[in-house]
Design a protein around this ligand. Structure first.
Ligand code: ZN
Length: 408
């Protein structure tokens, strides 16, 4: 290959003095392209650990990096990397401009990995680029960790917290979100009060201030409540309306499951009908529901009460809404529907946080959306081997992090 062709390859790689391409070899059979890079004789380098520059080459180590494929050829860069003897740091390998230390990939190849990993499971990506999952994960963790640490959490004042199960529900991770920025900012193992403590510490060490958090949205878990009281002392708690509603849907279903024993012909296979919003039913399902609603069933009574409960969130004046909920509970108490009455007791026990919604207007809708994304990603990934991978994936999906190498 001629000198000017080699120069062209060097320019394409963004190389500048003292680095240059000295040879290019194609192996058509192995579908492999090898670019050899070298530095100019007499070049001097800087210590990677300090400002010391103009250091002579002590010796060299040969290294190879995977680069972006060149059509169907896998491309590799190989170079003798100099070591310099720094007066302070002894003998150190110098930094090369096309790769970070200890990576077997060039920065451009890592940028490709980080762009693709948002779009597909790691196992699929690894197969596509003929690398192992492990090597891909190593790159992902490196850039996700950097981006997580680089976050500036100064603006965080309204926080959503929710747990999500990992690995078939055997253990959990908890996600904390900035509800104003609409992104996850902290993800941690577990679902206990200590997760809130860890979040509060993380805030304080990343430009934020735990004492500045004024609103928290969460499910009715005692663990989170305890954690918030202890570690986010100024925060007022709103119970997430979707979680609240889930408890009521469960109560309606409990009534149905008891009643189906006596009214099998009417109520079997109708579970979804009582749980879906009427607007989400098909025309046929709606007709069936209308028919059922005319029957003197306990399930119908429970369902009607649940529909009436929803109006609590539609009333605009907080005092009116609170009064409405009190009256609704009185009605529930005369219904004789034990599961719904149990739900009413739960509301009373969590009253301030339920009412708080009318003042804060916050919900964890963002986190619920995230949950379905994560569950889908988890299924596609055929099992995360550790929560560390799971957590990195959550940061990528909901962190809106700028995770990836900076290409000069
Ligand atoms: Zn040094």
């Amino acid at each position: 290959m001629q000198a000017q062709d080699l120069q062209l390859f060097g320019a394409a790689l963004g190389l500048s003095a003292p680095w240059r391409v000295v040879s290019v070899e194609f192996d058509a059979e192995a579908k492999r392209l090898d670019l050899r890079i070298d530095f100019e004789r007499g070049a001097r380098f800087s210590c990677p650990g300090c400002d010391a520059s103009g250091l002579p080459v002590h010796d060299t180590e040969q290294k190879t990096w995977r680069h972006m494929d060149f059509f169907e050829h896998q491309a590799y860069l190989t170079a003798r990397v100099p070591r310099v003897a720094c007066p302070e740091h002894k003998v150190r390998l110098v930094a090369v401009p096309w790769a970070r230390p200890r990576s077997g990939f060039t920065l451009l190849f890592e940028a490709l990995i980080m762009a693709m990993v948002r779009e597909m499971p790691v196992a699929t990506l690894a197969g596509l680029i003929s690398e192992t999952d492990m090597r891909v994960w190593r790159v992902v963790h490196h850039y996700v960790d950097l981006a997580v640490e680089a976050q500036n959490l100064a603006p965080v004042v309204r926080v959503g917290v929710d747990e999500t199960s990992s690995r078939r529900g055997h253990d959990y991770v908890t996600v904390f979100a900035d509800l104003d920025e609409r992104r996850g900012v902290f993800v941690v193992d577990g679902k206990d009060a200590e997760t809130v403590q860890a979040f509060s510490l993380f805030l304080d060490t990343h430009g934020g201030d735990a004492a500045q958090v004024s609103e928290v949205c969460q499910d009715m878990s005692q663990a989170f409540l305890k954690g918030v009281r202890a570690h986010l002392p100024r925060a007022r708690v709103t119970f997430d309306r979707y979680h609240v509603r889930q408890h009521l849907s469960q109560a309606v279903d409990d009534v149905r499951r008891e009643e189906v024993k006596h009214h099998r012909e009417l109520l079997s296979n109708t579970r979804y009908m009582w749980l879906k919003r009427p607007a989400n039913l098909t025309g046929k399902q709606r007709d069936l529901l209308d028919e059922l609603l005319a029957q003197p069933l306990r399930t119908v009574r429970a369902y009607t009460l649940s529909q009436q409960f929803d109006s609590f969130y539609e009333i605009t004046d907080p005092a009116t809404a609170e009064e409405y909920l009190r009256r609704w509970i009185v009605e529930v108490d005369t219904s004789g529907l034990e599961p719904v009455q149990k739900f009413a007791r739960m509301l009373e026990d969590h009253w301030r946080g339920v009412i708080r919604w009318h003042h804060s207007r916050i919900s964890n809708g963002l986190l619920e959306g995230l949950n379905s994304l994560i569950q889908a990603a988890k299924r596609r990934a055929r099992g995360y081997r550790s929560n560390r991978n799971f957590i990195a994936m959550i940061y990528l999906i909901v962190g809106k992090l700028n995770a990836g190498p900076v290409i000069a």
